[in-house]
Design a protein around this ligand. Structure first.
Ligand SMILES: Cc1cc2nc3c(=O)[nH]c(=O)nc-3n(C[C@H](O)[C@H](O)[C@H](O)COP(=O)(O)O)c2cc1C
Ligand SMILES: CCCCC(=O)C(=O)O
Length: 358
């Protein structure tokens, strides 16, 4: 993303960089830093976007791509485009309606919202928007409680479980440490962490998390399970052998292991290891329709966006998130037309060239 100059805009943002600048002017600087920042030196935050900047397109011509269709099916759900909403914490810090606004925008746009376990609205209320939802889980050391959260997500109608596996401990985020930002303000809690007595538990990162826990989870639910945070092809191969239903190539937007490989650079080896047996999704640094095109051409089935959704929420609630999704839809459609492609299924690696630096 281009450097943000914070300039006030006349009219709606033309792209997500402008939207970020607008959001920055509206958010509490502490919350802006929480949303925007990453771990350590933020090398991986930058690397995710830089990896897209190193890819160039080699378009086809004279293909008569008049009718383009951006729709795809993922684990049985038909969605309007190969762009989903990544799970992000604490939407009420961006807008008073929080996740309820995000969910309305996703439902209107016809795509999947992945609800964070750290949502500041209960999953049942988020589901009332009527759109397709998946639920993101940080497996807790307390297995009974973990199972109860899964039951709650199932009962609310979530159609897949996204298990975050890149967070055995919490990443060290220096912006938050500098501000002393560690907790939600009074009146906001992680609503999906209430136990049977109504007490809200803290979300624990579990360094003991291992494949045995995935086997356990597989027995707890019949929902499809995706692993979020896989970068190594050996783990991708293990995921296939453990009967998982999908993979999300992610480094948590650079918020966990700083120095982790950019997701776009990790994608090809993961795709190769999986060999078409599972859908492989990607998040991290997706900001343009051409980024979606490149990720799909390199083997992703779909991508997710994290921070841009928070910017949209901060700028305009549900309408702001809708603006993000509409911009990406229109931008992808145009990019497909210009590349001579009619839809996601047509995208192949030969459309993408990699150069040493952007
Ligand atoms: C503010 C913020 C909160 C996040 N919260 C969660 C979370 O609760 N669970 C999770 O698995 N990932 C979380 N993520 C990571 C996102 O799901 C996603 O991997 C990342 O944001 C994608 O990169 P992008 O922001 O560059 O699009 C969070 C990311 C941000 C920026
Ligand atoms: C306990 C909240 C975790 C949120 C998260 O995953 C993130 O900030 O990246």
């Amino acid at each position: 993303m281009r450097p943000l100059d914070g300039t006030a805009l006349d009219g709606p943002a033309l792209n997500l960089a402008e939207l970020a600048a607008d959001a920055r002017g509206r958010l509490d600087p502490v919350h802006w830093d929480f949303f925007t920042g990453g771990a350590g030196e933020e090398r991986t935050v930058r690397a995710n976007e830089a990896a897209f900047a190193r890819r160039y397109l080699v378009p086809r011509v004279l293909r008569g791509a008049v009718r383009r269709d951006l729709r795809i099916s993922l684990l049985g759900t038909r969605i309007s485009m190969p762009v989903l909403i990544a799970p992000t914490a604490f939407h009420r810090l961006a807008h008073p309606e929080g996740e309820l606004a995000t969910a309305r925008a996703a439902a209107e746009a016809g795509t999947i919202m992945v609800v964070s376990m750290a949502a500041t609205r209960p999953v049942e209320q988020i589901a009332a928007a009527g759109g397709p939802l998946w639920f993101q889980l940080y497996p807790q050391a307390d297995l009974d409680f973990t199972a109860s959260v899964v039951r709650r997500a199932e009962a609310a109608g979530c159609s897949a479980l996204v298990v975050t596996v890149d967070s055995p401990v919490f990443g060290r985020r220096e912006r938050d440490l500098r501000h002393g930002f560690a907790d939600l303000p009074p009146g906001m809690v992680c609503e999906n962490m209430r136990d049977a007595s109504g007490r809200v538990r803290d979300i624990g990162m579990d360094a003991g998390l291992d494949w045995a826990r995935i086997t356990w989870l597989r027995e707890v639910t019949r929902l499809p399970i995706l692993l979020k945070g896989v970068l190594h092809p050996a783990d991708a191969a293990l995921a296939v052998s453990y009967g998982l239903d999908g993979l999300l190539v992610s480094n948590h937007g650079g918020r966990q292991l700083d120095g982790a490989l950019a997701t776009l650079d990790a994608l090809p080896a993961v795709v190769e290891a999986v060999g078409g047996r599972l859908p492989v999704l990607l998040d991290g640094g997706v900001r343009r329709g051409t980024d979606v095109l490149v990720a799909l051409a390199l083997g992703a089935s779909a991508v997710l966006v994290g921070r841009p959704v928070l910017w949209g929420l901060a700028v305009g609630g549900a309408a702001g998130v809708r603006h993000v999704l509409d911009l990406l839809h229109a931008d992808l459609d145009r990019a497909l037309a210009l590349a001579g492609v009619t839809g996601p299924a047509d995208l192949r690696g030969d459309l993408v060239a990699t150069v040493a630096c952007g």
